[in-house]
Design a protein around this ligand. Structure first.
Ligand SMILES: Nc1ncnc2c1ncn2[C@@H]1O[C@H](COP(=O)(O)OP(=O)(O)OP(=O)(O)O)[C@@H](O)[C@H]1O
Length: 301
């Protein structure tokens, strides 16, 4: 257990490319748990970029909340700590396991609507997430009318494209860092065309995965998949047992020409999600940073 003046690091939650994620607890406020993404200060440019982006989406219920950051000293090494809302239910991968693989379509419609709301906000702020996949979607419990429910939130903006960023640089970074190409769109592979349409393709892959319990393109090895994406004339198979609305929704997500792929805002009006029950979310935002950490080394935003 690592100790900081204002918070205790409790256990490791996960290991990412850009940092290690821990569960932490505030020593000021009872029972306030949060996640800390931690990296050496000198290697923390990606975490700093994430903080910059999280800051822009503060107030968006469908994006993981960020309390801020602080720099700590661990055994003489300066560490950058990104303080995030803790997702006690893990990621969408865990949620799919809880369902036993496949998620019922009525729930998929609700979850898809949440993700579209998040993507709409990301798109309208000029960003592209670039790495949307179940492992980067975190699950939070919430209560609606006294009943327990779930809120999905988009996390991990380490690969996100910010407004004005150069696409050619993105291509290099995607190939170098992305773990699985299963969620990548043809134009992002063929032409390094990184637009919000890439996130919509990834969303389509996630919908297929929630409905079938299997990764879209999961039957292909990486070489076969790469060839398919480079040729760019095929999209993942649309499950037979999804409703007609669901099939049409997926066709809009998998439009091969990304210029005609529907945007998040357009898809929010699609009948597959339009009437999906979704209550406004209350109390989903993290408390102010100063409730958690009160150190001169920390900066609120
Ligand atoms: N806020 C959080 N609450 C709970 N667990 C989290 C949280 N953030 C991250 N994790 C866990 O830590 C893991 C790594 O986090 P994350 O994906 O953000 O790191 P990364 O370095 O950006 O990873 P990647 O290699 O996928 O780009 C996640 O898969 C998840 O299991």
């Amino acid at each position: 257990m690592s100790t900081n003046m204002e918070w205790l690091r409790l256990k490791k939650l996960g290991q990412g490319t850009y940092g290690t994620v821990y569960l932490a607890m505030s020593t000021f406020t009872d029972e306030l748990y949060f996640a800390v993404k931690n990296a050496n200060l000198e290697d923390s440019s990606t975490l700093q970029k994430e903080r910059r982006i999280f800051q822009k989406f503060r107030g968006t219920n469908e994006v993981v909340g960020c309390y801020g950051y602080c720099v700590s000293n661990e055994g003489g090494v300066s560490k950058y700590n990104l303080l995030l809302e803790y997702a006690p239910m893990g990621s969408l991968l865990n949620l799919m396991k809880d369902y036993g693989g496949r998620i019922p379509e009525s729930h998929v419609r609700k979850y898809t609507k949440m993700l579209l709301r998040g993507l709409s906000c990301i798109d309208n702020n000029g960003h592209v997430h670039c790495d949307l996949k179940p492992a980067n979607i975190l699950v939070f419990p919430r209560e609606v009318d006294g009943l327990s429910d779930i809120q999905l939130k988009i996390a991990d903006f380490g690969l996100a494209k910010e407004p004005g960023e150069d696409d050619s640089d993105m291509l290099f970074r995607m190939y170098q860092y992305r773990g699985t190409p299963c969620y990548m769109s043809p134009e992002s592979v063929q032409f390094a065309e990184i637009t919000p349409a890439l996130d919509i393709w990834s969303l389509g892959c996630i919908v297929v995965e929630m409905i079938t319990g299997r990764i879209a393109w999961g039957n292909l090895d990486s070489k076969e998949l790469f060839n398919k994406l480079v040729i760019g004339n095929e999209s993942p198979e649309i499950p037979e047992y999804i409703s007609e609305n669901g099939k049409d929704f997926l066709r809009r997500c998998f439009e091969l020409d990304h210029r005609y792929r529907w945007t998040a805002d357009a898809l929010l009006t699609h009948p597959f999600v339009d009437d999906a029950p979704l209550q406004p979310v209350e109390n989903c935002q993290p408390p102010a940073l100063m409730c958690v950490v009160n150190s001169a080394l920390c900066e609120n935003y």
